[in-house]
Design a protein around this ligand. Structure first.
Ligand SMILES: [Zn+2]
Length: 307
């Protein structure tokens, strides 16, 4: 991997924008800015910072962004958190300003690439990654390649149904996994069961201090996750599932409940040598994952060109 050119990776959030230079699987240099408003301002800032960080030539620029990426990975086809980027030709604009190839991908997908290629699931090739944050997202890597689905909409792992008449989800449906296992849901459940807390962090601290309602919330979150993961095991038979995102801080509380559900619901053959893992890269997963994504995309393009 040492002969590979460095990559510029961007973690574009609704609040902050982080840009890094990644070389030899490491973040070499990074900057952070508040995300400006307006598509041209966002693209202009990314291009300017990319040119400043790229000391020499780079293999490309990978942007992890909230929303659904187009199948061509050149823009967000749906961007509810950054509506100004809806269908805006981000990649082409950035390439015009920097002369570097650029790809745009869903942030949870890029995060998953990071954990699979450089983090918890390093060395494995078929892995499903869950991100537990304000919402629940994820990414699916099959035989070392990100599975995007036909329209780039695959791996919306938070929006599988656990309870068809459950709590209303951000997606408009009821009882999705997200309404049980996001950080928001963990706090809501703890309050509902009678815990005197406001955030998931407080619920976690209370649960560890022996507060029964808070503990009950993590049992519920963990069992919902276990039900969803059992379905994934019976569908894809992956080598591992990684639990990531801020909510993974509660891994020690969630893990026993996930295991319980897997024992009951997953097929024994799918559980053979299966690994349930906690993420290891923290916030850098999306920055490192962008490098893996650029290398994978360039290899695929090179192979296609040889045909
Ligand atoms: Zn949903």
């Amino acid at each position: 991997m040492s002969e590979k050119k460095p990559v510029i990776t961007v973690d574009l959030g609704g609040t902050n924008l982080r840009i890094a230079l990644v070389e030899n699987n490491k973040v070499i240099n990074r900057v952070m800015h508040p995300t400006p408003r307006g598509a041209e301002a966002i693209v202009g800032l990314i291009a300017k910072q990319a040119l400043e960080l790229a000391e020499n030539e780079v293999a490309g620029i990978a942007i992890a962004a909230p929303g659904t990426a187009s199948p061509q990975m050149d823009r967000l086809s749906k961007a509810p958190n950054l509506p100004e980027l809806n269908d805006y030709p981000m990649a082409a604009e950035i390439t015009k300003q920097t002369k570097f190839p650029c790809i745009v991908e869903n942030d949870a997908n890029v995060y998953a690439m990071g954990e699979v290629f450089y983090g918890a699931a390093r060395g494995l090739h078929t892995v499903v990654v869950y991100t537990l944050g304000t919402g629940v997202g994820g990414g699916i890597v099959l035989n070392g390649k990100l599975w995007r689905g036909v329209n780039g909409a695959a791996a919306e792992l938070g929006h599988v149904s656990i309870n068809e008449i459950g709590h209303l989800c951000s997606c408009g449906a009821r009882g999705c996994l997200e309404t049980f296992a996001s950080a928001t849901a963990m706090a809501r459940l703890a309050k509902k069961y009678g815990s005197n807390i406001t955030t998931a962090r407080e619920a976690y601290e209370q649960a560890n201090a022996g507060d029964k309602p808070a503990q009950q919330a993590f049992v519920r979150s963990g069992s919902a996750l276990g039900i969803a993961i059992a379905a994934i095991l019976n569908t894809l038979n992956p080598q591992a599932v990684v639990i990531g995102g801020g909510g993974s801080s509660a891994y020690s509380l969630l893990e026993p409940e996930i295991e319980k559900q897997l024992k009951v619901r997953a097929f024994p053959a799918a559980l053979e040598n299966f690994k349930l893992l906690k993420c290891t890269l923290g916030n850098d997963a999306a920055l490192l994952g962008g490098a893996a994504l650029i290398y994978e995309t360039l290899e695929t393009q090179a192979k296609a060109a040889l045909k």
